[in-house]
Design a protein around this ligand. Sequence first.
Ligand code: C2E
Ligand code: SIN
Ligand code: SIN
Ligand code: SIN
Ligand code: FE
Length: 385
Amino acid sequence: MFEEISSKEAKQTLMFIFDAAVDIEMEKDQTIFVEKVLKHARRIFEAPAGSIAFVDGDFLDFLSFQNDEIDTSSISRDQNGDDLRIPLNHSSIAGHVAMAGELLQVDDPYHLSESVPYKFDGSIDKLSGFKTESILAIPLRHPTEGIIGALEIINPKEELVHELNLGIAKSFAVMSAVSIINMRLQESLRKAYLETLARLGYAAEYKDEDTFKHIQRIRYSSKILGRELGLSIEEQEGLFHASAMHDVGKVGIPDAILGKNGKLDADEWVKMKSHSNKGASILRGSDTEILKLSEEIALHHHEKWNGNGYPDGLKGEEIPLAARIVAVADVFDALVNERPYKKAWPLQDALSLIKNEKGAHFDPQVVDAFFNCLDEILEIQEEHQ
Ligand code: C2E
Ligand code: SIN
Ligand code: SIN
Ligand code: SIN
Ligand code: FE
């Protein structure tokens, strides 16, 4: 059946497969992944345009429109700026393919036979002046989940629509569907994991609503300080999630000490300070980056730049950067808010303390970052009161 395929074409096809596999295998971002799937599917047929849509309940969401000849930015969104969405039924070409699960070749979409259930929606052509001459619609079939969407290849080159390429396109669609489902699973696991982490952080101190707010403020402030210090987006996200756990060791401190309305005596203070080591030991031994970072923060967020902090008396850059960042966020938040043992300080007094402790309690660079983004830090205080 492949007699007509020349070895040059076969070679080109192989190159295509390798190229596409490497390009999309590496992609971790779901949106970009979907764009790449469509781009490579179009390349098989040298098609100027295409779209990709995913089943969402009773609807089909068009996640990407590509057209080399017209600007698609206005057509790929509805009036509200959301993804274009149509009912999942047989009346559209993409819908039909997603329901029937069969590859469909439509040669002249403007003159469809009366016997087919679908109609061609020519509104995009009308808006753009583009002319759809033929459509190759391919279901995105997952081996166990069924059809998860549909690819439409618009105006494929006629001589490239042959059995070999159709077979490749179908396999490519299956491979893409598998990757997309894996990415969704990973994303939901990741979400569940991060949410569990944050909940544990709240649970540790969860005596009241205030603690929840305190942790939210620490997370947002730490992330902003990280950004201001030039950390990467991943590191900022890491700080956001890991800082939620800074006081998780307080689960091991008696309520009578935590909630004491007054100064701690020497014995209580020893117990209180143990929350750093207790927290670290709860978090220790994981090989995920987030938990490792959480452990460092829990252990070292009360170290001081001058070496006078606890539990290890680390000095300067011996203290992990993430812990130096959370230290500033934590103390500022503790000062401007009420605690069982203290009233909220006036803002100016808190700012003076942060400034005075530059190079003593705090890393000078983190203090500079703090004042550079003070407006944002104060906004966070207001938003999470
Ligand atoms: P926290 O209440 O979240 O306070 C975090 C940090 O903010 C403190 O760490 C300290 O560096 C700073 N901070 C809070 N309030 C003040 C203040 O009035 N003055 C100054 N100069 N700094 C303040 P620190 O001292 O290592 O305390 C760790 C935790 O121990 C506190 O977390 C709190 O839960 C508890 N704690 C500390 N002192 C007392 C106290 O006198 N009474 C009670 N009941 N708990 C205390
Ligand atoms: C659309 O582009 O809105 C739907 C195209 C189709 O008929 O599948
Ligand atoms: C996560 O699911 O984001 C945690 C994995 C890691 O940080 O390595
Ligand atoms: C960070 O990811 O926030 C910096 C890592 C560190 O130095 O602890
Ligand atoms: Fe603490």
